[in-house]
Design a protein around this ligand. Sequence first.
Ligand SMILES: C[S@@+](CC[C@H](N)C(=O)[O-])C[C@H]1O[C@@H](n2cnc3c(N)ncnc32)[C@H](O)[C@@H]1O
Length: 245
Amino acid sequence: MKFDILTLFPAMFDGPLSQSILRRAIERGLIQVRCHAIRDYAYDKHRTTDDYPYGGGAGMVMKVEPLTACLEQVLADRPRARIILTSPRGRRFYQALAAELATEEELVIVCGRYEGVDERLKELFPLEEVSIGDFVLTGGEPAALVMVDAVSRLLPGVLGCGESAEDESFAAGLLEYPQYTRPETFRGHAVPEVLLSGNHGEVGKWRRREALRRTLLMRPDLLETAPLDKHDREWLRRLSGETDT
Ligand SMILES: C[S@@+](CC[C@H](N)C(=O)[O-])C[C@H]1O[C@@H](n2cnc3c(N)ncnc32)[C@H](O)[C@@H]1O
């Protein structure tokens, strides 16, 4: 999959892309990430990329001309790209959207800064505004990295065989069950007995129940859409009874 990121700060991507799973995915050619410096497309002698907002008010706005020139150059090489504008005003990024984006071949991500980009960029290009949450970042770079990371790990071969994206939080509409590793007991805290039993059926049941418990406690909204069977519902009724008392 090809990612193209338009940013004023390309160096912000150096560290995260040179480590761990993303580095390995790049080295193995499973993903390609190119960062484009928007400033290189500013035409004046000071390479200006921002200006005062029309109508007054605090802050600066990213100028439309360098962004347009940069985006046109990138798209010339990426004819099938889906284009995302990072923005706190956008559609929420979540696991299902990551899975949807993972089916694309080309993804272009525009990182805003200051008060955001001149609104006309959205009139000129088919941009999808995407937000990574209800908070405001100083720029779109961390949001772009979040998307590259979450999308990449869903691509075939990116996670090693010991790692799986199938059994995790949100994959089946629930939060993941609790995980433990050695030692069996630490400072008097023991690993749940069932996980040491070697009984895969019982381990599976326990994990499902704990996933439901955790979801009910932390994210009950997810239960409204999660696929649940009659055993799940019965367990949730019992848990709700416990939490009511
Ligand atoms: C300081 S923010 C601009 C906020 C904007 N003035 C507003 O109130 O909606 C600068 C840039 O950071 C990025 N950004 C900030 N918060 C974000 C979020 N929650 N998700 C995605 N991008 C975000 C966007 O690219 C945005 O243009």
